[in-house]
Write a protein that binds this ligand. Sequence first.
Ligand code: DGL
Length: 280
Amino acid sequence: MSARAPVSDTVTSPAQQGLHRRIGVFDSGLGGLSVLRALHQYLPLADMLYVADSGHAPYGEKDTTEIIARSEYITDFLLTQGAQAIVIACNTATAAAAQHLRARWPDVPIIGVEPGVKPAVAHSPSGRIGVLATPGTLASPKFQHLVERHGRNAEITLQACPGLAKEIESGELDTPRLRELVAQFAGPLQEAQSDTIVLGCTHYPFVRPLFEQVLGPGVRIIDTSDAVARHVAHLVTELPACTPETSGSHIRFWSSGNPALLSQIMQRWFHLKTEAQALP
Ligand code: DGL
């Protein structure tokens, strides 16, 4: 992702490029950057406002009330900054807070993410799928409904991954501890002979190569960030044009943790020079 990347092949019209649209994106921390990367591919000219709530990460082991309060605070902040639509780039926050945010801001398009159970079931030759997600996502009623709706005819192994998102938050994507966690969480899915694995947390695409190494070439991995970005790209064409940013990068970042670390990570992971600010 670069601040002014060339228009991707997938973008077909100026409206879809997100010309003069402003989108707010948030996650508990760095995970939502996997969604932001996909959004930027579909909407290279849109203004993006990204909040990493790293000072409060991980969400996956927090109670719903706290996640709702954080999501509400961040959404309010992003709207104050001029966001026209909000992307909850976090499965855990979507499960806990999407309904609440939509009720509070009924006129704002609020787009969430959810584990790709539906595509996994559709693609699995054996019908044995695995879902990797945070404890909060797997325990949520929203996820249970998702499984009831799309997983009826599948054998689904659910694997909570406590500690994995937190480890990814350090910004190091290949450490002995990460390899240990990945092997530990992949183990039950291998035992169950799952042939299709859902990355049900937006942090996990950043360790996808580690999962691929452990699971081997016969296992398909499902990450829904591209599908979400496509959906958002379609949706923003309905929004009115806004006043474009006149100077600086059109992707802006805030962190409730360490903004300097977020800037370093943007440089290291995406070669994007940016100055993240402290979330007020
Ligand atoms: N990235 C988030 C998700 O998609 C949550 C990780 C966490 O903070 O526990 O679920």
